[in-house]
Design a protein around this ligand. Sequence first.
Ligand SMILES: Cc1ncc(COP(=O)(O)O)c(C=O)c1O
Length: 452
Amino acid sequence: MGVAPIHLQIATQLGERTGPAIAAVIGAMAADGSLVVGDQLPTVRALASELGVSPSTVSEAWRILRDRGVIETDRRRGTRIRRTASTDGGRYWHVPVEPGTLALDLSTGTPDPALLPALATALSQLQVDLGASSYLDEPVVPELSAVLRKQWPFPPEALTVVNGAQDAIDRLIGAVVRFGDRVVVEDPTCPPLLDLLDLAGATVIGVKIDDAGMCPLALADALRDEPVAIFLQPRAHNPTGVSLSVDRADAVANLVAGTSTLVVEDDHSGAVAGADLHSIGTRLPHQCVHIRSFSKSHGPDLRLAAVGGSAAPIDALVRRRQLGPSWTSRLLQRVLLDLLGDKRVQHGVADAERAYAERRTNLISALQERGIEIPTTGSGLNLWVPVRDERDAVVALAAQGIGVAPGSPFKVHDPDHHHVRVTISALPADVSELADALARANQPFGRRTTGV
Ligand SMILES: Cc1ncc(COP(=O)(O)O)c(C=O)c1O
């Protein structure tokens, strides 16, 4: 028995008869394998008449799918499937080397375990009635909610706790981004964000950044496309280390004010960011959701981040989560509450922040001595190091037992310049060998020395 013609398959899956809904159905069919590269789609007129919609509705769907790179139209061959969506987190899994196989793995972006608070102590001190937790309790432990609200950069309309910043981003995308929506991100940015937006069927607009954050002219241009959201990292930007300056936070807020675009701030390094926080939420509290992760400061295995700000997206996240895990372990929330109130832990976290800053400065100085200029204004766990050729650099460094992350998975636009991301959290005290290797990877082709 044959497969139903494409227009019938679309018709049976279609709910609302709008352009974005038609685009979403075809996008989903391309993602689940019902449509493959080269498959011919009906003409605009034929599909419009089959679905009982106007040709302009189908044209709108075609525009969304073309923007997303899913279809292409050519006068002779008509409209065909050009690309099926990736469903496996294509950038994130672009891991160049097997984890754990290198003597010095600086590719991970993770904190130094030696600089995290000892969770065993907090766990052994945990005073909690283990039988008391109920499905009906508040999703956030009330005492933790009070502490977080006090520390929040602006009074949040709503606040909840989720399983880390990445979980927050995933759930917020689920709450606010629909197939074909435009979403602004920093270029470069964190690869999993790009993967998640890809999976949601968003059209990603990359806005370049300088040493103070998103460039206002490029952002103004991007806002003309009426994006539903802007995802940005307010400090210790991964991969570049950039933090939003006061003036730039003002400029971004002024551009976004009066639009319907939501700002999502990912403060992924939180208390060890090594830079002050200038939140868009203090300027636009109703249009901003702020994420604060505790992974880098208190431990990635706590899997805890708080999300606070504009009520509509956070309420939508909480309602949707109710159909899944419902809440984030209150046992772990109590451990975090304990850690946040413990003076020794507070001092330890401040020491860790200083240690990361020292390691970062140490490598920047060593690179500077070898002719590689990296802005000293940055902070956080990663350095964005220019190299002559990204692939060459990753392979040559791996041959010396050094792991670094290739730069291209972080980039929205095709890179003119090549980079690698070097995580500074596990740097040895003597960085001369590493700096030498990075300097060799940075040399132009003509000046390459032989040997090592
Ligand atoms: C920009 C960015 N967002 C989110 C995360 C993930 O944070 P979490 O461990 O809280 O999920 C990371 C991790 O390095 C990150 O760099």
